[in-house]
Design a protein. Structure first.
Length: 255
């Protein structure tokens, strides 16, 4: 039973803000070990969907299970990298301290950090290229550097699922390539679900694709359909001319 349990299960999920529909009848199943790239327009509901999966928001109706549990019960088993990396520049917390906070998710209630936590943090900060800045105040870093630290913080939770909301939105192109190479390695141990506006990422790294714009279209392979493009963008011809992978398919699974 556990061997075939999906990483994520959504059935008939609806969500509204102040009676304004944001997500309508969302349903899909994500297998363990998958690497899902989620595309769609701004305001289409992608971040809201992530927050539902994290248990931060509750659906108006429908079923959501993460690793066979209600989202709020699965929080210790997932990692999350938010899009917003803004910090109070005067807040006295170091890069090391921010990354260490990720270990709290694995500690027992009321327990602090231990000497066993630090090797995990050192490894994660080295992988994202921020170990040499570990003593720097987080508020003094650039947006891209902060994003690296937040990725490290998520990794030290040893997540079974890693959720990322545009993880490379504020980083330089070289690091963008590096982080997706790194995520591909992480995918050997963890299921990954990432929001991205870089459709080129779809062809190079992910295993499946979803497009969210109030409803959801899901494709079990890293292929972008015409319907996804029509849903996500107003000018698909222009996008194709700017380098979208040639695998644009006429058929899809709509949930």
């Amino acid at each position: 039973m556990m061997a075939t349990e999906p990483a994520i299960e959504m059935k008939g999920v609806w969500f509204s803000y102040d009676k304004t529909p944001i997500l309508e009848d969302i349903g899909f199943t994500l297998k363990k070990g998958d690497f899902l790239g989620m595309i769609g327009p701004n305001g289409g509901g992608k971040t809201t969907l992530l927050k539902l999966l994290l248990g931060i928001l509750k659906p108006d109706r429908g079923l959501i299970e993460v690793l066979g549990e209600a989202p709020h019960r699965a929080r210790r088993r997932v990692g999350y990298v938010p899009q917003n990396t803004d910090f109070n520049n005067n807040f006295p917390i170091s890069v090391m301290d921010v990354a260490l906070m990720g270990r709290l998710a694995r500690s027992r209630m009321g327990k602090g950090f231990s000497s066993k936590d630090r090797p995990f943090v050192e490894e994660a900060l080295k992988k994202v290229g921020m170990w040499d800045r570990r003593h720097d105040p987080i508020g003094k870093l650039s947006g891209g550097q902060r994003q690296r630290v937040l990725i490290a913080r998520a990794l030290v939770t040893e997540p079974e699922i890693l959720f990322l909301d545009e993880p490379t939105a504020k980083v330089d192109p070289q690091f963008e390539s590096n982080i997706y190479d790194f995520l591909k390695e992480i995918n050997q141990q963890a299921t990954i679900m990432t929001i991205t506006h870089d459709v080129g990422v779809i062809s190079r790294y992910v295993k499946s694709v979803a497009c969210v714009n109030r409803t959801l279209i899901y494709h079990e392979e890293a292929e972008i359909t015409h319907e996804m493009l029509d849903m996500a963008y107003e000018c698909p011809v222009d996008l194709i001319a700017h380098g979208i992978p040639h695998r644009v398919l006429p058929h899809h699974h709509e949930n």
